[in-house]
Design a protein around this ligand. Structure first.
Ligand code: NOJ
Length: 740
């Protein structure tokens, strides 16, 4: 009893000190700063990789000496409760002021238990699911000594050549904003003082996804209107959701590297958006202002970065090497350095690290949480919901999917069918490869009485076709063939841009060879980006886009193939027919010469259709949904009023299913031209066979705002069309007018 009271009392005390008010924290920070030397202050602005799990070129291997001397106050790529506890001990016990280290890491779609890559998970259109993934990833990582994740990556991209499209939420700013906010909430939880939360880091600010020709790190050049309307909304949504930190982007925007951009860091982030967290650079991004041709040398680069308010230098050592001199020379003010230090220390207080620097390094909790049932179940659920069924047509009166469970002989063919690491996808942190369950393993478990074979056929790269013979042999014996093809985990992500988007290596040749046998084929594509799969669309009867789904990818795909889960994912990125169509996205402009097949002098290609292979918002189910009775409460939207829009959706098929109903608007005439469609809202409903529901939306003038010709953000009176449907192309429409 005495002991219990003691524990309660100490929890109470601890609780009080951890949930300190801003005022109390500010006082403590100011008092600490007053005792710090300039060198120690600069140490708090310095972040080095531990050298354990490197994610870029290492510039500094003596990081522990720096920690000991107070010259480095933050580390990344160090994890596990035990390891981080040891490092923290050095900071707390061996440095002059005992300031605890902050530990960061790229926990992008899971720490040890891996969830679907972000692009895949966005296809669930399920904000609760996405928030839960972020919450659980934080729970696992926080138990393993981590305080901070370099996530969410919210860069909009409309170019699947860019390998990092895998890490984002696709092409749409509205959906991207909702997902960004969900991830911040998931990572940071209710209270940062809760040791199962992580600081979120919104990246890469800004417009990193706009790299020319999809080449990573390449130049970004766009109008201010496009920047604000398409690229900035998800960052803003993340800041509004309370994101603690922001990471600068590698790229330049309009001729100025983001890391030295006053416009981005000061004018937009700090002043317009009131961001009061801290800004960290991307890996050596300050140094890179030299090759960019924006800074003379590293010292000049340091001066440029700190003077636009960039608080922390990731791995570049330029703050460490040059800030002191810059202060002595009067080029940087110590007050500005104090402001940066205080922004960082504030979070160390908020996390409770001054009360207990080891509270995140909890080996017991780590053991309990990592790979717990909760994690694995969630990996499975998120995997199922991320899968997009692209095609499933009837052959001889019967659809190929779901696979008949009495099927005797199944051949899985292709390099992705039994590969544990590739299914984890890019940035799989320290995801444990051995825990991953592949499609081959999952199908064997699900269908113990069937003969299921696995043959690799070929690799994801290279020209070797020696495996074709075995693959053809296996295919000949099968009643149904599952082609597990696509990209390996290294073929998307950072520094993984591609100029061709077909199946890499000899996979297309393998697929065509198997197709020659004239047998039923289901193609399961696992990839980090949209691939140009027109041949499959033309020649196969079933295509499942399974991305890289993480630890439980195999069981998730098996559930969809066997109908234990009815697929519900919808694309968040337009699939091009070929690379020449890129950029292709649903919210294009009409142009002065909109496409007309009968008129040569309209906007189109001579050698490929104008339409995408699969549009934004598209995804099939094993059941069918019918849309009818689009009704509006009013044809006029007045000033601050609203219009209610109803639509009836009916499940006309034989299975229960989930449908995502999407609402788009088009502003027909503006002071600047507007896209042909813009996503404004969506609802997700589940319907039993024969069931129908009326789904309601509300439109207000807020939904109609844009950056007008003189860059005011407002709605302009005039005519609008709204569209509702199950994807961005198959829609019902109605017109209305906005009067203010
Ligand atoms: C470089 C990447 O661009 C960034 O996203 C990541 O967080 C850092 N490296 C740290 O690993």
């Amino acid at each position: 009893m005495k002991q219990t009271i003691g524990i309660l009392l100490s929890l109470l005390l601890v609780g009080t000190s951890w949930s300190q008010t801003e005022g109390e924290i500010n006082k403590k920070v100011a008092s600490l700063i007053s005792r710090m030397t300039l060198e120690e202050k600069i140490g708090q602005l310095t972040l080095y990789t531990s050298g354990w799990d490197q994610t870029g070129p290492t510039l500094r291997s003596e990081y522990m000496e720096d920690v000991r001397s107070g010259r480095c106050g933050n580390l990344f790529n160090a994890h596990t409760a035990e390891y981080n506890r040891g490092l923290q001990k050095v900071a707390v016990e061996e440095t002059r002021l005992g300031i605890p280290l902050l530990f960061g890491y790229d926990v992008i779609h899971g720490y040890k238990t891996i969830f679907p890559i972000p692009l895949a998970e966005a296809c669930s259109w399920d904000m609760n699911l996405i928030e839960k993934s972020a919450r659980l990833a934080a729970k696992e990582a926080a138990a393993a000594g981590l305080h901070w994740t370099f996530n969410p990556m919210v860069d909009i991209s409309r170019d699947p050549r860019w390998g990092r499209i895998a890490e984002g939420a696709g092409e749409d700013p509205y959906l991207g904003g909702l997902i960004a906010a969900a991830k911040v909430k998931g990572h940071q939880g209710e209270e940062l003082s809760d040791p199962s939360t992580l600081l979120a880091c919104v990246k890469h600010f800004a417009a990193y996804g706009g790299a020319q020709a999809g080449r990573d790190y390449h130049t970004v050049d766009m109008s201010d209107r496009v920047l604000r309307e398409t690229y900035l909304p998800p960052y803003k949504a993340a800041i509004d959701a309370g994101a603690a930190t922001v990471m600068t982007a590698f790229n330049e925007v309009d001729g100025v590297p983001a890391t030295g951009s006053k416009y981005l860091m000061e004018d937009i982030l700090r002043k317009e958006w009131d961001f009061d967290g801290f800004i960290v650079t991307d890996y050596t991004a300050i140094n890179e202002m030299v090759p960019h041709g924006y800074a003379l040398d590293n010292q000049h680069a340091a001066e440029l970065a700190i003077n636009v308010g960039v608080d922390m230098d990731m791995q570049g050592a330029v703050y460490q090497n040059h800030l002191e001199k810059l202060v002595l020379e009067g080029k940087v003010s110590e007050d500005d350095i104090n402001a940066s230090v205080s922004r960082i220390l504030k979070y160390k207080y908020k996390l409770g690290l001054f009360d207990d620097p080891y509270r995140y390094s909890d080996a017991e909790r780590e053991k309990e949480v990592v790979f717990s049932k909760e994690m694995m179940d969630h990996s499975l659920e998120a995997g199922r919901k991320s899968i997009v069924l692209l095609k499933n047509i009837s052959v001889n009166g019967k659809k190929l999917l779901p696979i008949d469970p009495t099927t005797k002989n199944i051949a899985i063919i292709g390099p992705l069918g039994n590969n544990k690491e590739d299914q984890l996808g890019t940035w799989h942190a320290s995801g444990d490869v051995n825990k991953a369950i592949t499609l081959f393993e999952a199908l064997k478990t699900a269908l113990p009485n069937a003969n299921i074979s696995y043959t690799e056929g070929c690799k994801t790269s290279g020209a070797d076709q020696s495996g074709f013979k075995d693959a053809l042999e296996a295919a000949r014996k099968a009643d149904i063939i599952i082609m597990a093809i696509g990209e390996d985990y290294r073929q998307s992500g950072e520094a993984a841009s591609r100029s061709e988007l077909g199946l890499p290596g000899k996979q297309q040749a393998l697929l065509e060879a198997i197709h020659q046998l004239n047998k039923p084929i289901v193609s399961v594509v696992m990839a980090g980006r949209p691939l140009t799969i027109g041949w499959m669309e033309d020649n196969l009867s079933a295509i499942v886009y399974a991305w890289h789904l993480g630890t439980m990818a195999g069981p998730a795909i098996a559930d969809v193939l066997l109908g234990a889960y009815n697929p519900s994912g919808k694309l968040v990125i337009t699939f091009p027919r070929n690379v020449g169509q890129i950029p292709i996205y649903y919210s294009m402009k009409n142009t002065g010469r909109p496409f007309d097949a009968n008129n040569k002098y309209t906007s189109k290609y001579l050698d490929v259709e104008n339409t995408p292979l699969y549009p934004f918002g598209y995804g099939l189910s094993y059941t069918d949904f019918e849309y009818s009775n689009l009704r509006m409460s009013n044809k006029t939207l007045n000033g601050d009023g609203s219009i209610n829009v109803n639509i009836q959706v009916k499940n006309t098929g034989a299975l229960k299913g989930v449908e995502t109903i999407q609402l788009y608007t088009q502003d027909l005439v503006g002071s600047v031209t507007r896209p042909v469609k813009e996503l404004k809202d969506f609802r997700q409903i589940e319907l039993s066979p024969g069931e129908s529901k009326v789904v309601s939306f509300t439109i207000t003038s807020d939904d109609l705002r844009f950056h007008t010709q003189n860059m005011e953000y407002k709605a302009e009176p005039g005519k609008f069309t709204l569209y509702i449907g199950g994807n961005s192309v198959d829609v019902l429409s109605a017109d209305f007018e906005y009067k203010n």
